[in-house]
Design a protein. Structure first.
Length: 621
């Protein structure tokens, strides 16, 4: 086993690897950007090296700086984690050429599976079925549009070097193809340095099923069964589970055997994931499940596999990287119970999942289940990296028990003032359709009316009224419900929750546990965080919005494109500009017909939340 290990990653990923390495007695080395100096992984490592400013390209994606840190600390091995440089063949080669152990897939395998079009061709040759579509070299706009029409709408445009939901666009109509192709190419170039794309048939009722595989240098390859990652938003996973519901033993054997065959086709070594797309309209059947891509690294959702198998996959990675054979044979890997992983993000689901940044003044995570987190109370969520706060992993003897445990845990989460999706996760875990496993990748879109809560419910309103009344005292001159000369009060109180005013009923039977955090009183309710107070103007209600033509950036980020100029006429819905933050593009459009009267930004400019980025003046009627 190696003596020391440098982790070329950050946050919960680094903490996860440090935990296993320390258990093995391996000296751990962290690298960190200036933005991450105060995060837990920096303190938990045996040694930590600063490698540059916050932008990832100047720190975590800088091969030279990471290799320099490895030389300075005499690291025996480098673990790239998942993300950043974990699937970069050039970096893997540079590590090996420096005489350092690479804890990852062989460079040749990374290259073979790194481009989606080449990977699909390789899988076809290995006898693994792939999704119908176009994977040709001709990247002309007209050729791609023609192939999309031949494939049949709706289609997916996907970056050949993509992953993690980046560089992917669904196109429903031919007239939308050109705009979405341009957007996809732009995102692909920014994220992967390659703007080439492929076209795939869009599956109407898709299930995303992936198989965890492991291989060593002696030709051994095993699988750890499957995970279902169908619950997504914007092609990014939200809740994963293992095993996949509704998958019978015959179909499970078929896709797991196909995954092992795929890994062997590229002489794979280490941890990898073979991803499949399934048409679930008629149930899960082997002849309706197609290879989609291979991730040549450990996945974010690997804890659910660890939960059902009892294996430490990072331990397996370190063993294989050290030149040892796989710890177990296929027959020794068994599956027990059911597990879920829910990703707690710093975002506002009710506002189209806009990312939220800031200091975590108050953070309470559950203690009843496994929690993998990269931050603690007092840390900052910045705009430079992925907005994940933590991963909640619940395991139980069956699906219903594990899901109930997850729901209870998510309802106990408290995050403030950064917004989070904790309430959404809790509602998903309680949803009747999800509990009945009626899920595909369109689940969140179909259930948005019930799952995306924008206002407090009646019980929350009454809790707020009761909490404020208790805090306000009982003498009649300060009572929030007012004073009546004759007759008893009806107990109704005017309260403010967020930006809305309500009449609430004072109810002594309700929990009144509201916390004062900084200058805010906050009521936590089933994962939601509601700021409550007296019925006075909040300030937020007074700012200008799109109704008067002021276009405000919905979040801090980087302006990556501007599609209009001052004086241009625009129609309602026309694209004005695009802002990128936390690896996501957000396009701002004209709220009505008019003229661009102000345009104070240009590509490359960083903007803050609620900053004016354009103004539209209505034309004369």
């Amino acid at each position: 086993m190696m003596e020391s290990l440098l982790i070329a990653n950050r946050g919960e990923i680094a903490r996860r690897i440090i935990r296993t390495a320390k258990a093995l007695g391996i000296r751990t080395i962290a690298v960190y950007s200036e933005a991450d100096a105060g995060l837990p992984f920096v303190k938990e490592a045996d040694e930590a090296i600063a490698i540059g400013p916050p932008p990832a390209r100047e720190s975590y994606l800088s091969q030279e700086r990471i290799l320099d840190a490895a030389r300075r600390t005499q690291a025996s091995a480098i673990h790239p984690g998942y993300g950043f440089l974990s699937e970069n063949a050039e970096f893997a080669e540079a590590v090996e050429n420096a005489g350092i152990i690479w804890v990852g897939a062989p460079p040749a395998a990374i290259r073979a599976m790194g481009l989606k079009d080449a990977a699909k061709q390789l899988m076809q040759a290995a006898g693994v079925a792939v999704t119908p579509g176009y994977m040709g070299e001709d990247q002309g706009d007209d050729r791609l549009a023609t192939e999309a029409g031949a494939t049949g709408y709706p289609v997916l445009i996907k970056a050949v070097g993509g992953g993690g939901g980046k560089g992917m666009r669904r196109v429903d109509r031919p007239e939308d193809f050109a705009e979405l192709l341009a957007s996809c190419r732009r995102e692909a170039a920014a994220s992967f340095g390659d703007d080439r794309v492929l076209i795939e048939r869009y599956i109407a009722n898709p299930r995303h099923i992936e198989v965890q595989v492991f291989a060593d240098r002696f030709g051994n390859c095993v699988h750890f069964f499957e995970r279902d990652c169908s619950l997504q938003r914007r092609h990014q996973k939200v809740i994963e589970e293992a095993p996949a519901p509704g998958l019978d033993a015959v179909t499970r054997a078929a896709i797991c055997e196909a995954a092992v065959r795929a890994a062997k086709a590229v002489n794979y070594v280490g941890a990898g994931t073979i991803e499949f797309i399934a048409d679930a309209s008629g149930g899960l059947r082997a002849d309706r499940i197609w290879f989609m891509e291979m991730n040549t690294r450990l996945q974010v959702e690997h804890p659910v596999t660890e939960a059902i198998t009892g294996e430490d996959l990072v331990l397996w990675q370190l063993n294989v990287a050290a030149g040892e054979p796989l710890p177990k044979e296929q027959a020794e890997i068994t599956m027990k119970g059911w597990a879920f992983e829910a990703r707690l993000y710093a975002e506002n689901p009710a506002a189209d999942y806009l990312p939220s940044i800031g200091r975590l003044d108050h953070l309470r995570l559950p203690e009843t289940i496994r929690v993998d987190s990269g931050v603690e109370e007092g840390n900052e969520i910045t705009a430079f990296y992925d907005p994940m706060i933590a991963k909640m992993i619940a395991h139980g003897p069956n699906r219903d028990a594990a899901l109930s445990k997850l729901a209870d845990a998510c309802e106990s989460i408290q995050v403030w003032p950064v917004k989070s999706n904790a309430g959404l996760l809790a509602r998903i875990a309680r949803d009747a359709d999800f509990r009945a496993a009626k899920v595909d990748t369109g689940f969140l879109d179909r259930h948005s009316e019930t799952l995306l809560v924008k206002e407090a419910d009646l019980t929350t309103i009454d809790r707020a009224a009761t909490a404020l009344t208790v805090r306000g005292g009982t003498d009649p001159w300060s009572a929030l419900s007012g004073l009546r000369i004759a007759g008893a009060s009806d107990g109704r109180t005017r309260v403010r929750i967020g930006d809305h005013l309500y009449w609430g009923q004072v109810r002594p039977d309700l929990d009144t546990d509201a916390l004062t955090i900084g200058d805010a009183m906050v009521l936590f309710d089933a994962g939601n965080a509601w700021p409550i107070g007296l019925p006075v103007a909040s300030g937020v209600e007074a700012h200008k919005g799109v109704g008067d033509g002021a276009i405000l950036s919905p979040m801090p980020g980087l302006v990556i494109s501007v599609d209009v100029a001052e004086g241009d006429p625009v129609a309602k819905g026309d694209r004005l500009l695009t802002v990128e933050a936390m690896k996501m593009e957000h396009t701002l459009r004209a709220p009505f017909d008019g003229i661009v009267s102000k345009l104070p930004v240009s590509p490359g400019v960083r903007v803050s939340e609620n900053q004016l980025v354009a103004s539209i003046t209505k034309g004369e009627d």
